[in-house]
Design a protein around this ligand. Structure first.
Ligand SMILES: [Zn+2]
Length: 166
């Protein structure tokens, strides 16, 4: 018999973002740097920075390097060195905000499902639906019983919000 996982009536609320299709997502900070000098500092190596461009002249070893710091752990050390004027360095940190568009508009309602127990037809255990693990095997999503570890041994479906009398 198919178990119906019911929507918790009290959890239903109007989604303040209903209908929205675009979002601003902060994808993290980016720290750009410009180094100029004739002696490359210790931290200027592949695991710490990504070098975008490098300019030098023929007459001496003076270089100007533009890049991005990819290891943020070195930042405190760099700020300290800048304060102590150990070398000529400029750091510009900014938040990277991207606009993301979704194909389907944000739903009108938000809600949660009851953590209902469902029976595994292999081992007969009653397992709370939130404890059923999912995994991808050969491009197929399978549900795994946390007790006997067999695949797709449950028979349930989620109640649809359209079927709830609001
Ligand atoms: Zn089982």
């Amino acid at each position: 018999m198919k178990t119906l996982i019911k929507i918790i009536r009290k959890s239903i609320k109007r989604n303040p973002d209903a209908g929205r299709t675009s979002w601003h997502v902060n994808t993290g900070r980016e720290a750009k740097f410009t180094f100029s000098g004739d002696k490359l500092p210790e931290w200027l190596k592949d695991e710490n920075v990504f070098i975008k461009s490098q300019e030098s002249n023929y007459y001496d070893s003076y270089v100007v390097i533009h890049g991005i710091i990819i290891n943020p752990d070195i930042l405190p050390e760099l700020f300290k060195d800048i304060q102590e004027k150990k070398y000529n360095l400029n750091i510009e940190i900014k938040n990277n905000i991207h606009e993301v568009h979704t194909k389907t508009p944000a739903p009108e309602y938000l809600y949660k499902y009851k953590n209902t127990k469902v029976e595994c037809k292999e081992c007969k255990s009653m397992v709370p639906v939130n404890e059923i693990e999912e995994d991808e095997i050969y491009d197929m999503m399978v549900q795994i019983c946390p007790k006997c570890h067999k695949f797709d041994t449950f028979n349930f479906e989620y109640e649809r919000i359209e079927d709830v009398n609001l």
